[in-house]
Design a protein around this ligand. Structure first.
Ligand SMILES: [Zn+2]
Ligand SMILES: [Zn+2]
Length: 412
């Protein structure tokens, strides 16, 4: 015995077995003898089983699980090995048997069922499965700037997809040829199995249930009716889209097998972070720095928004960290009128460097307000052995620099 490639085995007596397969770890082979399929135990080099079929065997096929099927007299018959010693010839008693098999026959029946299910993907009984089927949906990631997602954009996209084969217009056939009815199922797409306890329609394995075979496939698409390609489109992105949203482009997905109707293309929005504005829903947040004296006196800063400038009020005495809401300067609402707001977070820094004149002026200011260095902590908290205190320092003193008198915590 020798193994030639992966599927041809020479058996005792010099017969070439066209197929080998494995059941429960045992390497088996199959040959045909007239209207019977002979199953060999390759290890022990002996006949394991002889399975009579309804006519001469024209095709022996191996499934992707390594099991075998035969086409005999236009019918696909699936073959499982039986336990050695089982009678391969079904007698009258077998036909009349109740559906529950006897204990010693359970295992071969389960093997057979398992092989059939693996090969066929279950029973259908619904006629031929169409060769032309709908295409799959596709998803594409699109990165947008905040400006683009806020106000909408016409974005060019490119993506890999499948389109109808131009050479055969989706038919899958070479020019001037046509599909044939499948000889195994006579175009029905399913075969009636009479093996085992019952009779059930099963998907024809020879034509994958399509009922037709393409003897001369189109050379461009190899019979699939569609070809891979790269497409370019311009997508109209509406104003107000948000990170993570998907825009459905109906029927712009890939074409289905046999040139079937295309699926949908979904464009998923990914918004790039903006260096000034942070988006929360349709509101925008930004940080605005107001000089110390201007915050004390009140001011009207002008800032750049997503679309043009806006001037807003900072009332006298505004504190650092306060927010000012500027209505209608955020992101336009998606599919409805109106816009979100722009929220300015005020930062009021203490001047770091002072000229001599500024320093004198601030000292005069501090003196005028009777500000002095003896400021008291307003609260304290303990963290383990450390004590944290909150100290308010007047504006001018903060700019000039100051120190405060430390008091013992027990006095508070
Ligand atoms: Zn084609
Ligand atoms: Zn068929």
């Amino acid at each position: 015995m020798n193994v030639d490639g992966s599927s041809a085995i020479t058996l005792p007596g010099g017969d070439r077995a066209p197929l080998c397969f494995t059941v429960d770890g045992r390497l088996l082979a199959a040959t045909t003898e007239g209207s019977a399929v002979v199953i060999w135990d390759v290890e022990e080099q002996r006949r394991l089983d002889v399975v009579p079929v309804s006519g001469p065997v024209s095709v022996l096929a191996v499934t992707d699980r390594g099991d075998i099927a035969a086409v005999a007299d236009g019918q696909v018959v699936l073959l499982a090995h039986r336990s050695p010693g089982d009678d391969p010839q079904p007698g009258p008693d077998d036909v009349e048997q109740p559906p529950e098999p006897a204990a010693d026959q359970t295992r071969p029946f389960q093997d057979f069922q398992r092989i059939m299910d693996g090969f066929l993907g279950g029973s259908l009984g619904e006629g031929p499965r169409p060769r032309v089927r709908p295409g799959a949906d596709a998803i594409l990631r699109l990165e947008l700037d905040l400006q683009e997602s806020a106000f909408g954009v016409e974005a060019p996209i490119e993506f890999d997809t499948a389109v109808v084969c131009a050479a055969c217009a989706g038919a899958g056939t070479a020019p001037d040829t046509h599909p044939d009815d499948c000889p195994a199922c006579a175009g029905r797409g399913e075969v009636r199995m009479s093996e085992g306890a019952g009779v059930a329609p099963r998907t024809c394995a020879y034509c994958q249930g399509q009922g037709i075979l393409i003897p001369n496939p189109c050379v461009t698409c190899e019979g699939d009716g569609r070809v891979s390609t790269r497409r370019a489109l311009t997508v109209k992105i509406p104003a107000g889209v948000e990170d993570g949203m998907r825009i459905r482009l109906a029927q712009q997905g890939e074409v289905g097998p046999g040139g079937g109707p295309p699926g949908d293309l979904y464009v998923e929005i990914h918004e790039r972070p903006h260096n000034v504005f942070t988006r929360k829903n349709d509101d925008l947040h930004c940080r605005v720095t107001v000089p110390m004296a201007a915050a004390a006196l009140g001011t009207q800063p002008t800032i750049q928004t997503l679309d043009g400038e806006v001037t807003f009020d900072v009332h006298p005495g505004e504190q650092s960290g306060a927010t000012v809401r500027i209505a209608g300067k955020g992101v336009p609402h998606l599919h409805r009128s109106g816009r979100g707001d722009l929220i300015a977070h005020l930062g009021i820094p203490t001047p770091k460097f002072l000229t001599a004149y500024e320093r004198l002026t601030l000292m005069e200011f501090a003196t005028h307000r009777a500000e002095n260095a003896a400021v008291a902590p307003s609260s304290y908290t303990e963290h383990d052995l450390d004590v944290h205190v909150v100290v308010s320092v007047p504006m001018a003193l903060a700019a000039l620099g100051t120190s405060f008198v430390r008091q013992e915590p027990r006095q508070w």
